[in-house]
Structure formats: structure tokens, C-alpha cells
Design a binder for this molecule. Structure first.
Ligand SMILES: C[S@@+](CC[C@H](N)C(=O)[O-])C[C@H]1O[C@@H](n2cnc3c(N)ncnc32)[C@H](O)[C@@H]1O
Length: 386
């Protein structure tokens, strides 16, 4: 029997016109469905989303091909920009057409020159975390997995982590590298009382789910008296960390391929850090308990995770929430479900995170915003004295 949902999904109507029982709530007045102005607004909202989706593809392309960087020295024609970036002019011009009409790049019709306004240059170029161009790669990467997602929507299970590699490794590195460079030592570590002093004095530190290990290298460079181990499942990511540590001549850092469910507990660590790693675990409660076991009594767990609330209704005012739920659907939740895991998802939220940290045995749990970072929060928790 073919069915179609009514406008707000409160019930179904079969093709013979027989109404099935509504599944949720009350059926709204018929007038609500024929409010032309509301329909128009809804259509505009959706079309705007489709326009922005294509703009994201152009931002990703302009970033990876060097068009934004080519715009930095000053206004230029598409031919000059193509020459600067070593690209084919016709593609550069068409991509710029999208970026100009979207208001990202300026164009002077008299000189046919393109210009990156200073505010766009601040957001789309440079090595720091203010450059959010690398974030455009998240939607473009995850879009590759829609066919697999359709399968798991229909048949259950999930898309395994390996399916996202190796592209995921460099996309993730691009997203977090600037944050580690600019904020980790200067702004994030000082959120935990006494942590900088302990690291300066010399302690044992684990970086769980370290990816390419840039966070581990940044810490090892800043605190030569401490020793650091970066753990990850992904050997291709760890190879990047080993190379970077080698180039920096660091002898207080090493990387190990290991499932953090088996994080070593003896000898214990004084500090464990985990950046954007707990919510996509197969067994997040087990990992948190293992981290607790691996720490000396009073040891610090510093966890960077997504800034969100645990209840859907509390996330409605968060403009980033659609992105977070979508990333969860297409990555963080599905990699966990692929192994029969908890499927906590990106938006597990502060309330549940606090509860799970407490259930794992942590005490003195504090949550801080990250300066200039609307996406993340820092959790600081201490291992209970046993
Ligand atoms: C979202 S990425 C974050 C990487 C890095 N911490 C960062 O912020 O750029 C999560 C990382 O955790 C790793 N990971 C996930 N589950 C793991 C597990 N059970 N044991 C070890 N590593 C794991 C993944 O391979 C991936 O590199």
C-alpha cells in the first residue's frame, strides 16, 4: 500500500483516501497547510539551503585549488588568478561566478578584476583557526557516503570507520590543526587548575584518539619535561604524527596503534586528553571507565567535545545544530553503530556527558567554553581518589 505523510507527519493517508491513525500529536487546522505565505517562506528556506550546499562545494574547491590564496596579493582577473594558482582559467571564472553572486568574493565589472574582501580573507585564508575554509570539506566528504547511508537507514548497522579513510584523516587534521596551534596551550590547558604547572614539572600524558597527532606534538613541544603517548586505531593518521614529531626532533613523544578500550592502566597516566573522540566510540561508557582506571588518583581527564545540549528541544536555538546532527548521522553515530555500538552520536550533549563522566567515577567535573570556538566545549574531570 502506498502512503503519503500529511504536511506535519501527524498521520498517513493511503492512496484510496483512507486515513490511518495519527502517530503523534493533533492534526493541525487545514488552513495551516494552505497558508501560501508560510509555504513560500518554507520554499525559500529550502532553496536557500540548496544554494548554500552548492556554495560549500565551490568554497571547498577554491580552497583546495588555491584560488583564495591567489586572491590574497590583491585584485586580479580570472586569467591572472588562474596563472597565480596554476589552474585552467575557464574553471576559475565559473567558480568565481558562484562566489561573487553569493557575496563571498567582490568583482569590479569595469576592470573585470576579482577581490577578496578583508572579512572573507580573514575567514578563508591563513594558517590559524579563524580560517574556516577547511570546514567545507566535512559536508563534501560526507556526501560521498549517502548511498551507504541509505542502505543503513533501510537495513540497520552502520558505515565503518575504515570506509571514511584515508580522506577523513586529512579532513579532520585540517579542521583541528589551527585550533591546536592557537588555542590548545594558550587557552584550553589553563582551563584546568594546575594543569600547566603539572605539565611544566613533568608528568605522563596520554592523548586518546589522537588522529594525526598534531595535538600530541604541540603538547610535547610545549612541555619538554613531560612524556606523551598518542593512541589511535588509524595507522595512516599515526604515521603523520610520527613524521611531525621526528621533524621537530622531539624525544618525549611516541605514537601507538591501539584501541583505547584497552588503554594501558599500569603504570598510570597523570593526565589523559581526548579531543573529539568519546562520542563516536563503540562503547563510550567503557572507554570513560577505562580512562578513569588509567589515571593516578586525582589525575586529570581533559576532554574536548561538541558544544550542544542533550535534548533536541534545547538545541533548536543553536544555529550549528543541523550541521551537528547531520555529521552525526553520516559519521559519528554510524561508525559506532557499524560495530554494534552505543551510537551516542555527535550531539550527546553536556547533560549526558556530565552524567557519563560521573558514572565512570570522575569527580570535580567542570565544563568550559573554548574561546572563539562555537563548536566545542572543554570538560575537565578528575579521577576519584580510590
Ligand atoms: C574525530 S577524530 C579526532 C582526531 C583528533 N583527536 C582531532 O581532534 O583532530 C577521532 C579519532 O579517534 C580515533 N578513534 C576512534 N575510536 C577509537 C578507539 N576505540 N581507539 C583508538 N582510536 C579511536 C579515530 O581513528 C580518529 O582518528
Amino acid at each position: 500500500m502506498t502512503t503519503s505523510t500529511d504536511t506535519v507527519g501527524t498521520g498517513t493517508t493511503d492512496t484510496r483516501g483512507t486515513s490511518a491513525a495519527p502517530t503523534t500529536g493533533r492534526r493541525p487546522p487545514v488552513a495551516a497547510a494552505t497558508d501560501e505565505a508560510a509555504v513560500q517562506r518554507c520554499a525559500e528556506r529550502l532553496l536557500g539551503a540548496y544554494v548554500d550546499a552548492m556554495l560549500v562545494l565551490m568554497i571547498d574547491l577554491a580552497d583546495r585549488t588555491g584560488i583564495f590564496t591567489a586572491l590574497v596579493p590583491g585584485a586580479a582577473t580570472s586569467a591572472e588568478l588562474a596563472a597565480r594558482a596554476g589552474l585552467h582559467e575557464r574553471y576559475v571564472r565559473e567558480c568565481l561566478g558562484a562566489l561573487v553572486t553569493a557575496g563571498v568574493v567582490d568583482h569590479d565589472p569595469d576592470t573585470d578584476r576579482y577581490l577578496l574582501p578583508p572579512e572573507a580573507a580573514a575567514c578563508l585564508t591563513g594558517p590559524g583557526s579563524a580560517n574556516i575554509a577547511p570546514l567545507s570539506r566535512i559536508p563534501t566528504l560526507l556526501a560521498h557516503h549517502l548511498d551507504e547511508a541509505e542502505e543503513v537507514f533501510r537495513h540497520g548497522g552502520g558505515i565503518p570507520y575504515e570506509r571514511f579513510r584515508p580522506a577523513f584523516t586529512s579532513v579532520m587534521d585540517g579542521v583541528s590543526r589551527g585550533v591546536f596551534d592557537e588555542q590548545l596551550v594558550a587557552a584550553i590547558l589553563p582551563l584546568a587548575d594546575g594543569l600547566v604547572e603539572a605539565l611544566t614539572g613533568g608528568v605522563r600524558v596520554a592523548d586518546i584518539g589522537c588522529g594525526t597527532g598534531h595535538s600530541t606534538v604541540v603538547l610535547a613541544r610545549a612541555f619538554p619535561a613531560s612524556t606523551f603517548v598518542g593512541y589511535d586505531l588509524s595507522d595512516d593518521a599515526l604515521a603523520v604524527g610520527r613524521a611531525e614529531a621526528g621533524e621537530a626532533g622531539l624525544d618525549n613523544v611516541r605514537f601507538e596503534e591501539r584501541d583505547i578500550r584497552t588503554l594501558p592502566v599500569d603504570p598510570p597516566f597523570d593526565v589523559v586528553v581526548g579531543f573529539d573522540v568519546v562520542h563516536d566510540q563503540v562503547d563510550p561508557a567503557g572507554v570513560l571507565a577505562r580512562v578513569h582506571r588509567s589515571l593516578t588518583p586525582g589525575g586529570v581527564f581533559l576532554m574536548l567535545d561538541i558544544k550542544a545540549a542533550s535534548r533536541l528541544e534545547d538545541n533548536r536555538g543553536n544555529p550549528l545544530a543541523p550541521l551537528l546532527y547531520a555529521v552525526s548521522t553520516l559519521h559519528c553515530m554510524t561508525v559506532s553503530l557499524a560495530q554494534g555500538g552505543a551510537g551516542l552520536g555527535t550531539v550527546w550533549g553536556e547533560q549526558l556527558a556530565r552524567q557519563m563522566l560521573a558514572e565512570a567515577g570522575f569527580v570535580d567535573i567542570a565544563v568550559h567554553d573554548v574561546p572563539d570556538d562555537p563548536l566545542n566545549q572543554v570538560y575537565v574531570a578528575r579521577a576519584a581518589v580510590r
